[in-house]
Design a protein around this ligand. Structure first.
Ligand SMILES: C[S@@+](CC[C@H](N)C(=O)[O-])C[C@H]1O[C@@H](n2cnc3c(N)ncnc32)[C@H](O)[C@@H]1O
Length: 404
C-alpha cells in the first residue's frame, strides 16, 4: 500500500475515477483511461492513484460503512471517503479545501463493528458471500480474503520473438524490474511501477500483459507446430497469442468469437506479436460451428463466465453483478460446450476453461457434458484459486474425444 498520503489533487483524481465507475456505471478500466487522458503524469503517480481507487473498489462496502455513506454518494462525499481511507491505513489525510470529517472515536467504533462482520471486512457483497459459502464451504473464507489483495502484474513472454531471460534483460535496460515466476515458464512478475506499454520491448511485441494463472490455461492445451487449433471464444486474443507461440507460428490457428470488434483487436495484437498463422472468424450462426465438425486437433473453450476468479483485478464487477446473471451465463456455458465440442477430431483434445472458481460453472458443467457425451473422456482438471496461488482464479478441464 502507499508509503505516504495522496496529495489533494491526486485524491481528487481517485474521486473522479470512483464517480465514473459507481455513478456513471463505467467499467473501471474505462474510468481510469478517462481520468488520465490528456494528463502528463509520472508512472509512479499514476500507479498510486490506481492503487487507492482499486483498493477502495475491492472493499467498497467496508469503506462506505466506515464513512457512513452509500457508494452512490461518492460524487458528493468523496473527500470524506478518501479521508476515512487514509486514516484507516494510518496515513495523514489529504489536505482538501473542504472535507466533512468523522470524529476519531466514531471511526474507531465503526472499525470495531466492521471487524465482527467478516464478509463486510473482506469487502464482499451479501449475494456473493452466500454463493461462495454455498459453493466452496470451508475454503470460501480464504478466497474471500484473497479477493481484496492488490493484484500483481505479470507478463507473458512472446516466445515467437524472444525468451524469458532476454526479455527480462531488455526490460531491465528500459527501467522495468521483473522476476521469474515458479512453475509458469512463460511468466515474469513486474516488480516496479513502470509504464509497460511505453517500452520499446512492448512495441516490438516481445510480451503481453497476462496474469500468470491465465498462462496455465493455453499451456494445458499442449498445441504443437503443424496442428489445426481452434480458440472458439477468443475475445481479443490473450490466449490465442499464447497458442500461436506454442505452435511456433506453424499450423492453422482459428480464433473465433461473436464480437467482431474483439477479433479486430486480436488481429492488431497478432501483428505486433508476429503471430502470422492466426486467422479470425466471426460466429454468425450455428452453421459456422457445424462446418468445422471434426476438424480440430485442439479446441480451447474459454467460455464467458462470472469472472469470480478475477475480482481482485476487476472489482467493479462484484458491485454490478447479480445471481440472476449467473444462471444466464451457465446456460450459455452448457450451450457452448455441447455444441462447439463437435469441432474436435477423434483423438483430439479440448480444454474447457473459465476465470471462475465456483464448481457450478466448472466441474459441474463438465460432469453434465460428459454424462450426455460418452464419446468424450475427462483426462484431468484443475482449479487455480487466488488463495492457493496468489494468481487470478481459473478452472481448466482437459477432455479427449475418444469416438465420433
Ligand atoms: C472469457 S472471454 C475470452 C477471453 C479470451 N479467451 C482471452 O484470453 O482474452 C469469453 C469470450 O466469449 C465470447 N462469447 C460470448 N458468447 C459466445 C458464443 N456464443 N460463442 C463464442 N464466443 C462467445 C465473448 O465475446 C468473450 O470474448
Amino acid at each position: 500500500m502507499l508509503k505516504s498520503s495522496l496529495s489533494a489533487s491526486a485524491a481528487d483524481l481517485v474521486i473522479q475515477v470512483l464517480t465514473s465507475a459507481l455513478c456513471d456505471n463505467r467499467p473501471l478500466d474505462r474510468a481510469y483511461s478517462l481520468a488520465f487522458s490528456g494528463l502528463k503524469m509520472a508512472p509512479q503517480a499514476q500507479a498510486e492513484i490506481t492503487q487507492v481507487a482499486g483498493d477502495i473498489m475491492r472493499r467498497l462496502n467496508l469503506y462506505c460503512f466506515l464513512a457512513n455513506m452509500t457508494p452512490e454518494q461518492v460524487a458528493q462525499k468523496g473527500t470524506l471517503l478518501l479521508n476515512v481511507w487514509h486514516r484507516f491505513h494510518k496515513l495523514d489525510a489529504p489536505k482538501f479545501r473542504y472535507c466533512e470529517v468523522l470524529e476519531d472515536k466514531t471511526l474507531e467504533s465503526r472499525i470495531e463493528q466492521a471487524k465482527s462482520d467478516p464478509a463486510l471486512w473482506d469487502g464482499c457483497p451479501q449475494w456473493l458471500n452466500d454463493l461462495g459459502e454455498q459453493q466452496l464451504g470451508d475454503s470460501w473464507a480464504a478466497e474471500r480474503e484473497a479477493m481484496w489483495q492488490a493484484p500483481a502484474r505479470y507478463l507473458r513472454v512472446n516466445e515467437l520473438k524472444c525468451d524469458r531471460d532476454a526479455l527480462a534483460k531488455r526490460l531491465s535496460k528500459e527501467g522495468v524490474q521483473t522476476s521469474e515466476v515458479d512453475n509458469v515458464p512463460t511468466a515474469l512478475k513486474v516488480e516496479s511501477n513502470s509504464a509497460l506499454f511505453r517500452t520499446q520491448a512492448f512495441k516490438d511485441g516481445w510480451f503481453e500483459q497476462q496474469d500468470a494463472g491465465s498462462q496455465l490455461v493455453a499451456a494445458a492445451l499442449d498445441a504443437k507446430p503443424g496442428m489445426r487449433v481452434i480458440d472458439a471464444c477468443a475475445g481479443a486474443g490473450g490466449k490465442t497469442l499464447h497458442l500461436a507461440a506454442q505452435m511456433q507460428g506453424k499450423g492453422r490457428l482459428l480464433a473465433m468469437d461473436v464480437e467482431q470488434w474483439k477479433l479486430d483487436n486480436l488481429k492488431e495484437r497478432a501483428r505486433r506479436a508476429g503471430a502470422h498463422n492466426v486467422e479470425t472468424r466471426i460466429i454468425a450462426s450455428s452453421k459456422t460451428i457445424k462446418r468445422l465438425k471434426l476438424t480440430a486437433d485442439r479446441l480451447l473453450l474459454d467460455v464467458p463466465c462470472s469472472g469470480l476468479g478475477v475480482l481482485k483485478r476487476n472489482p467493479d464487477t462484484k458491485w454490478r453483478d447479480t445471481p440472476e446473471r449467473l444462471q444466464v451465463l451457465m446456460d450459455l456455458q452448457s450451450h457452448i460446450i455441447d455444441s462447439y465440442s463437435r469441432m474436435v477430431k477423434v483423438g483430439g483434445l479440448m480444454v474447457y476453461a473459465t476465470c471462475s472458481i465456483i464448481p457450478q460453472e466448472n466441474r459441474e458443467q463438465v460432469d453434465k457434458f460428459l454424462a450426455s457425451h460418452p464419446n468424450f473422456r475427462l483426462l484431468d482438471d484443475e482449479t487455480i484459486t487466488p488463495a492457493n496461488s496468489g494468481f487470478d482464479g481459473f478452472y481448466l478441464a482437459r477432455i479427449e474425444r475418444i469416438a465420433e
